[in-house]
Design a protein around this ligand. Structure first.
Ligand code: MN
Ligand code: MN
Length: 482
């Protein structure tokens, strides 16, 4: 350490130079973007919106990812598969892409994990009923939502109904231009003083009142027939249109999501507004990055998993050993022997990014953020060294050595990036799939674009951050040894 006390008075110019040399200054993507980059940012924004508009559910996201991968020569991973580019699906709700590296899979992989499920409303097992000669579907919310945001807005229905005969029927209503939409009713302000306005927000809106309006036309029957004419009319429409009965709705996965396409936000079109950007933003960026790889040195993997929003549970989530199956399969395809030891060693020698969105500093609610450690919209991809809540509970706290390596990788590749946590320590918090991937003893840290209005039906991202995240992911895949 230098000795304190003896100093020379600096000139204003010297102070400015010293500050520039030693202090960290936030840099906006736009500070560095030349004309070509600006054009690229907006071009990528178009691809991004198209992806979000197509991938309204995890099943539709798998389809969108598979479609783009197959067009670029990715093949299904199975025994005896030949080639360098593969994909493997898990129950139609998770998918992984892989580009084999020149070094061999056993030398370690570069893995980016993101999730493709988003908060929404599912249907209950017995959803359909009639009330006041209107037909409704009972819903059950999935993930963290603010219930009031889902009322009195156009909603679409996407998913599958599986029949006893083994047929899987696709249902997609509400997003095509001529489709009808559905809605959850809300009370008029004239009459909601006691039932809503005088209550706490958490008490004012109840899950059991979130019933999807889907019909109002009774069957035309002679007088004296039993009631439920509207419900039966809906069942008849389901039978005629899809060949499904009420019992088939037990074996269905129908998801209620905001209707409509992803849109530009702002007169300058700098931002994207859409449902499901947590975490299809990161999924899109990982997809763009891996599809652009030609012949990487290190094997690159992009995993797109399900059920993160309910705590990563179940066979399509990150909380499975699917990753071992993937690595073993990739080794087999590369002609390497996928012994337990070889797979374990490959994983332990890997670097990974848990690609998920972070909360951008909200200009209207600065008090929930700690502004020195908050992500700024438009300032590039966000690195979050640790997540969790309170005293770092349930966090993956990334290794300093790994974070240093990533900084170097991004700085050398010219990526504009920022480091930020999520909100004030005692305000709340959240987790990602990082801790689940970390069980293999690999290097892992949370990285992704920041959002405003996160978990709402209309989340907002900045096109510059999407572009920066794609650049960060590409640089990660292409980086030299750690
Ligand atoms: Mn997320
Ligand atoms: Mn989330």
């Amino acid at each position: 350490m230098a000795k304190a006390g003896k100093t020379t008075r600096l000139t204003k110019k010297q102070f400015k130079d010293l500050k520039e040399k030693l202090a960290l200054k936030p840099i906006s993507v736009w500070d560095k973007a030349d004309a070509a980059t600006r054009q690229e940012i907006f071009k990528m924004g178009e691809r991004y919106k198209a992806f979000l508009s197509q991938a309204k559910t995890e099943r539709l996201a798998v389809e969108a990812i598979r479609e783009r991968a197959r067009a670029l020569g990715f093949k299904p991973l199975k025994a005896g598969a030949k080639g360098r580019r593969f994909y493997l699906e898990q129950q139609g709700k998770a998918i992984a892409l892989c580009v084999l590296g020149k070094k061999g899979v056993g030398a370690g992989l570069r893995i980016i994990g993101s999730h493709i499920d988003a908060p929404r409303l599912d249907l209950k097992m017995h959803p359909l009923y009639e009330n006041q000669e209107l037909a409704f579907l009972k819903t059950h919310y999935y993930g963290g939502i603010k219930k009031y945001q889902w009322l009195a807005r156009p909603l679409a229905l996407h998913g599958v109904v599986c029949t006893r005969e083994g047929k899987t029927v696709q249902v997609h209503v509400g997003d095509a231009p001529d489709d009808p939409v559905f809605t959850l009713l809300d009370l008029l302000p004239h009459l909601s003083r006691k039932s809503q306005e005088s209550k706490k927000l958490s008490d004012a809106f109840e899950a059991e009142r979130m019933n999807l309006l889907i019909g109002g036309l009774p069957l035309d029957v002679e007088e004296g027939a039993e009631n439920d004419k509207v419900k039966l009319a809906v069942l008849k429409l389901l039978q005629d249109g899809y060949g499904v009965s009420e019992a088939d709705l037990i074996s269905a996965e129908l998801e209620v999501v905001p209707a409509g396409l992803a849109r530009d936000v702002g007169l300058d079109r700098a931002l994207v507004g859409a449902y499901g950007q947590d975490d299809r933003a990161s999924a899109f960026c990982a997809l763009e990055a891996i599809l652009a790889l030609k012949d990487p040195a290190v094997t690159a993997v992009a995993m797109f998993v399900d059920k993160e929003e309910i705590g990563s549970e179940g066979p399509t989530s990150a909380n499975t050993r699917w990753i071992e199956l993937l690595v073993a399969g990739f080794m087999e395809a590369a002609g390497e022997k996928p012994s337990y030891l070889a797979v374990s060693r490959a994983l332990a020698a890997s670097q990974a990014l848990s690609a998920d969105v972070n909360a951008a500093l909200d200009p209207d609610f600065p008090e929930v953020h700690e502004k020195r450690n908050a992500a700024l919209l438009g300032y590039g991809v966000t690195l979050t060294k640790y997540t969790g809540h309170g005293g770092k509970y349930s966090a993956n706290d990334a290794n300093a050595e790994y974070v240093a390596w990533l900084r170097k990788v991004w700085d050398q590749a010219g990526v504009t990036w920022q480091a930020a946590g999520m909100g004030k320590i005692d305000e709340g918090g959240g987790g990602t799939i990082a801790k689940l991937m970390a069980v293999y003893g690999l290097d892992i840290v949370d990285v992704g674009p920041a959002l405003l209005s996160m978990h709402s039906p209309f989340e907002v991202s900045h096109k510059a951050d999407i572009h920066s995240s794609v650049g960060a992911f590409r640089a990660f895949y292409l980086a030299g040894p750690r």
